[in-house]
Design a protein around this ligand. Structure first.
Ligand SMILES: Nc1ncnc2c1ncn2[C@@H]1O[C@H](COP(=O)(O)OP(=O)(O)OP(=O)(O)O)[C@@H](O)[C@H]1O
Length: 430
């Protein structure tokens, strides 16, 4: 088993027959392609259907089988009018260097945002008018308002959500090819949770198989794959770095149990795991450091309204540091510093609790206590246990607070504290 190649690429349908459960769409598409250029025929099609049902795969398989050269572009490559104009040059030529006919594929046109991508949709309509080659577009949601003007210019071909049975069959084939032990009930569970999205089902299968070497129902259940579920940290990172849209990157962040400190550690460790281009690495770290600045302000000044900016920088900021979108399956292991951090976690918690306790007594902020009170207390507790015991009594410090402040001297401080209590009791008794 190798993690170098994502299985969704390795097992992409190669022939038209490999694209399953989409007979109507296949026929409509092939029929349109055969009659392209004839009077009364639309020059472009819009293949639409849920994520991972085979829209892109169908176009690729048809191009390969019917000898077309495919020019494939993702929404992020043709946002602006000027991007489309460069595609138009290709579209205007009847045949390429190879002499092959061409298909222009514009993937995920619903990713174009009417306001942000000035003139994008109008430029596509213009492209359709001038093109001497078939144009294919894909979208998850053809009813998006932005696409309204486009829809009048295209033939719409709907594609179905894949059935559970089809997803199971596809997964079984992969298990066989990869020679991994997969139980039927585990594959059914992955299929059920994928909600007809074969891409996400294959990704889940690969994640489990490569981590555990086998796929059982128990493992699938432990991964919890529902849309509103909590993801294991490595899955959440997989989703974050491979997010296609801003909302997906944000969702990925909030879909784990990791606290903010841990999220920073995971991202800090894995930016270079995912990105290979140094410029992308630099851009991702720049975004993460901005998130850290917001986080610092949230912690020191309690400005929780900055949280959404922190998330924007940590999620979309890191994910969209890339120059071009490319799905990459990477092993995101627990960061080495995480272990160290979890060991010191209890200590950090005690410090926080102590700061809070003293802040309410001294009528000042936690930040001031941490910066201006605790360091002095640490010195006093280590060098003057008798006086420390009086402070502990005066501020009602717990044993845990004393241990934290006094370290190896804590027994002495506690000793003085108890002596003091006994003396007071005797005083009251006498
Ligand atoms: N109908 C199908 N037949 C065979 N394989 C499929 C089918 N649908 C999806 N797959 C598998 O899922 C992967 C993703 O499919 P594809 O990229 O074609 O989906 P899509 O519908 O274009 O999704 P999106 O809208 O998210 O881009 C493919 O690599 C392929 O392995």
């Amino acid at each position: 088993m190798s993690s170098a190649l994502p299985w969704i690429i390795k097992y992409r349908p190669r022939t038209i027959e490999d694209v399953v459960n989409q007979e109507d769409a296949k026929n409509a598409f092939l029929n349109w392609l055969e009659n392209w250029g004839k009077p009364g025929q639309k020059k472009a099609v819009l293949l639409h259907g849920p994520a991972g049902c085979g829209k892109t795969s169908l176009v690729e398989a048809v191009a390969r089988s019917k000898g077309y050269q495919l020019f494939e572009m993702n929404a992020s490559d043709f946002r602006r009018k000027s991007d489309i104009e460069s595609i138009a040059k290709i579209a205007a030529q009847t045949s390429g260097l190879t002499g092959k006919r061409k298909i222009i594929l514009l993937d995920e046109v619903d990713g174009i945002n009417a306001r942000a991508d000035e003139g994008g949709i109008e430029a596509i309509i213009e492209l359709i008018n001038v093109s001497k080659n078939p144009i294919v577009m894909t979208a998850n949601n053809p009813y998006s308002k932005n696409l309204l003007p486009l829809r009048q210019n295209v033939l719409e071909i709907p594609m179905k959500r894949l059935s559970e049975t089809h997803v199971v069959t596809a997964l079984k084939k992969i298990c066989g090819a990869e020679k991994i032990e997969c139980s039927d009930e585990a594959l059914r569970e992955i299929a059920k949770r994928s909600e007809g999205d074969l891409r996400s089902a294959i990704n889940d299968l690969q994640a489990i198989a490569e981590t555990y070497g086998k796929v059982t129902l128990e493992l699938v259940k432990s991964l919890a794959t529902y849309r509103d579920r909590q993801y294991a940290p490595y899955e959440a990172l997989q989703r974050l770095f491979n997010a296609k849209y801003v909302f997906q990157a944000k969702d990925a962040l909030t879909s784990t149990d990791l606290d903010y400190d841990e999220l920073f550690l995971w991202l800090n460790e894995h930016i270079p795991t995912y990105y290979e281009d140094p410029e992308e690495v630099a851009r991702a770290y720049e975004a993460l450091s901005r998130a850290d600045v917001y986080y610092g302000r949230i912690k020191s000044r309690g400005q929780w309204d900055l949280l959404s900016y922190m998330y924007d920088m940590m999620g979309p900021g890191v994910a969209f540091a890339r120059k071009v979108y490319k799905y990459r399956f990477k092993p995101f292991k627990a960061p080495s510093r995480k272990k160290q951090l979890s060991e010191t976690k209890r200590s950090r918690e005690v410090r926080e609790a102590l700061a809070e306790h003293l802040a309410s007594r001294l009528l000042t902020s936690k930040a001031t206590v941490k910066a201006e009170v605790i360091p002095y207390l640490q010195v006093i507790f280590k060098y003057n246990p008798r006086y420390a015991a009086r402070i502990a009594k005066g501020y009602s410090l717990s044993e845990e607070h004393i241990n934290w402040l006094a370290g190896s001297k804590s027994l002495e401080v506690i000793g003085y504290l108890k002596k003091g209590e006994k003396a007071r009791e005797r005083g009251r008794g006498g």
